[in-house]
Design a binder for this molecule. Sequence first.
Ligand SMILES: Nc1ncnc2c1ncn2[C@@H]1O[C@H](COP(=O)(O)OP(=O)(O)OP(=O)(O)O)[C@@H](O)[C@H]1O
Ligand SMILES: [Mg+2]
Length: 227
Amino acid sequence: MAIIEAQSIHRRFGEGDLVAHILKGINIKIEPGEFVAIMGKSGAGKSTLMYQLSVLDTPSEGSVIIDDVDVASLEEHERTSFRLRTLGYIFQNYALVPDLSARENVMLPLLMKNLSWQEAKQVAGTAIDSVGLQGKYENLPAELSGGEQQRVAIARAIAGKPKIIFADEPTANLDSVSGKQVIDLLTELHRSHQHTIVMVTHEREYATNCTRIVDMEDGRIVSDVPN
Ligand SMILES: Nc1ncnc2c1ncn2[C@@H]1O[C@H](COP(=O)(O)OP(=O)(O)OP(=O)(O)O)[C@@H](O)[C@H]1O
Ligand SMILES: [Mg+2]
């Protein structure tokens, strides 16, 4: 039974003569435990597709069913709680809150899920340990390297035990050593914890450990093969 099923999704931006038709009928089914790479040139629509699949945006047409829930049927507050319960996000620019320490950044979504302060602190500490950042709990993002910031973002994404992790070019701002560490961490999450992961990447070598490669061109999937 698929954990994500998108049917005939289109995404248009703008109106009238200025409408930009960006996703042109996407069908994709992702099974639990897959590690999917979405690849393609800049402007192909990879991020736009990921936003539709991860409930950060709403398609102009078509349906997205995640973990048996038709996400279009959710009210805004239900979408928020669905995201908190089911999905984890990793972005290219880390998206950490600059005034909060590493541990507080990881605690934030846990507190939003109504964990107590003590519980959130403990779970966040364990997640930070699991990405190899013991001893950096109190550092602000500015006191961490790019690779370390991205590992905090991974800790934040996994701390709430989401069913699916979405990563949009998680290595784009990193040097090759830190980039590889991030990919190794995602690979480890997939291998040992059977996480379902959907990752956008430009680089073929970063997709080596993915189980499936989806190629996009001009708003369409042009190839979708096991890896
Ligand atoms: N909110 C928006 N309004 C108008 N056009 C948009 C919007 N978001 C994206 N687009 C357009 O959709 C196209 C696809 O963008 P998208 O960000 O999905 O590409 P991408 O494949 O992720 O590229 P990159 O590899 O550079 O990140 C681009 O031409 C972009 O300009
Ligand atoms: Mg993109």
